[in-house]
Design a binder for this molecule. Structure first.
Ligand code: PMP
Length: 429
């Protein structure tokens, strides 16, 4: 119940905001100085309560577009037929596991289902510990892997070192813009991390990496980095978990999973966000070897994970991706957009680097190109200025200075032109 004193606040200019503050407290964050009240979405567009249209160049969860009719129909049909759990036989969960494992490398043939990326990574941690008998984890600085008690410690973006536990060691994110060393040279960071774990009395269970390095600023991984890094972890007995929650599902336009571009077959793949186009479903794919070690000590049950309705949504997403050839479209639209952004960078000194692939692009904003000083305030201003011009995008990275362009996969050149126009105007202003 809302305390009586709070009702006075509800008469403020934005009663929804006041009510939200009163009921949800301070833990949640809103985007924008002037928060948005979105009431409807379709394709790449969102509409606010006043009917104003916004181009969504930020949200990757509505992978095949907001409220795609095929996904909506699949959810409503299945919800009207049956919704139970994985303790009864059902075709949907098997069809989905079959389609997803078919998209993974040979040997990665088992799938477990959950409801969020956090849960998938939490499960990956349990499996890694069961398989290796070890506790240690290596993650990058400024990583995000989720928010459960165990996984938030791997989310170094949010968790200060004192709260991480001594079984967690960080490495600098691989990066070919702010770091000069080659891929194999940067992979030597893993030697130091492994030595540090040993010094603390731990063996490595796993190395987790978001293969698009989203919260690390969409950093470009230098050639040869990941195979050299993973080889070091494996030779010390640890496993490699590819966190594909953001990178997966063809986002790069080049391959279905981010790790494929980086030349490595992981021990586990975790996925989430785009799987159900907004319906909560996530998963983990691994080998018989890893799963069997876990199954010897535990069973797995997740009340909602893998239920028929969620699986119907996820099957519809894969069908739309195939029918509308969304990965190929992301490749060509992304390549065109990136070239246009590079053109803009040639006119604006503040754009220090344009990076990314497919429909996941980053603009590294700098105060000074030669020193690469992050232009954090400018990035914040631009995000707000773009919102005023009807385009939604975000910012990311250790310094919050990287503009993040990560729209639904149905984003077209026409949408891209709108974005470019708004960005050119905002930069000029
Ligand atoms: N891993 C990555 C790379 C993510 O970006 C996120 C969410 N931002 C998660 C894991 C956690 O996913 P969820 O919010 O669904 O728990």
């Amino acid at each position: 119940m809302v305390p009586a004193s709070i009702f006075t606040e509800l008469t403020m200019a934005n009663p929804l905001l006041a009510k939200r503050r009163a009921l949800l407290g301070g833990a949640y964050r809103l985007f924008y100085e002037e928060p948005l009240h979105i009431v409807r979405g379709r394709g790449c567009y969102l509409y606010d309560a006043q009917g104003r249209r916004y181009l969504d160049a930020y949200n990757n969860v509505p992978h095949v577009g907001h409220c795609h009719p095929q996904v909506v129909a699949a959810i409503s049909q299945q919800a009207a037929t049956l919704n139970t759990h994985t303790r009864y036989l059902h075709e949907h969960v098997l069809d989905l596991a079959e389609q997803i494992t078919d998209l993974c490398a040979d040997g990665l043939a088992h799938m477990l289902f959950a409801c969020s990326g956090t849960e998938a990574n939490d499960l990956a941690l349990r499996l890694a510990r069961a398989r290796t008998g070890a506790e240690g984890v290596i993650v990058t600085e400024s990583a995000y892997h989720g928010h459960s008690c165990a996984v938030v410690q791997l989310s170094t973006e949010d968790t200060p070192p004192a709260r991480r536990g001594d079984h967690i060691v960080t490495i600098p994110a691989p990066d070919s813009y702010r770091r000069q060393a080659s891929g194999p040279e940067q992979a030597a960071d893993l030697d130091q991390a492994l030595a540090e774990l040993e010094r603390r009395g731990h063996r490595p269970a796993a190395f987790f990496l978001d293969t698009v390095l989203s919260s690390e600023g969409i950093a470009t991984v230098p050639e040869g980095y990941l195979p050299a890094a993973v080889a070091r972890v494996r030779s010390a007995g640890g496993l490699f978990v590819a966190d594909e929650v953001q990178a997966g599902y063809g986002r790069s336009g080049v391959s279905f999973w981010g790790h494929e571009r980086l030349g490595v077959v992981p021990d586990m793949i975790t996925m989430g966000k785009p799987m159900g186009n907004g319906h909560p479903i996530s998963g983990l794919v691994t080998s018989a070897d890893v799963l069997d070690a876990f199954t010897r000590e535990s069973h797995y049950f997740n009340t909602f994970g893998g239920n028929p309705v969620s699986c119907a949504a996820a099957l519809a997403v894969l069908a739309v991706m195939r029918d509308e050839q969304l990965m190929a479209r992301a490749r060509s639209t992304g390549a065109w957009l990136r070239a246009e952004l590079e053109g803009l960078a040639a006119q604006h000194e503040v754009i220090g680097d344009v990076r990314g692939s497919g429909l996941f692009l980053g603009l590294d904003l700098v105060q000074d190109r030669s020193r690469q000083t992050p232009a954090t305030d400018l990035a914040a201003e631009l995000v707000n200025a773009m919102r005023q011009r009807g385009v939604l995008l975000g910012r990311t990275g250790l310094h919050g200075n990287v503009l993040k362009i990560r729209p639904p996969m149905v984003f077209t050149r026409e949408d891209g032109s709108l974005l470019l126009e708004a960005l050119a105007d905002s930069l000029a202003a």
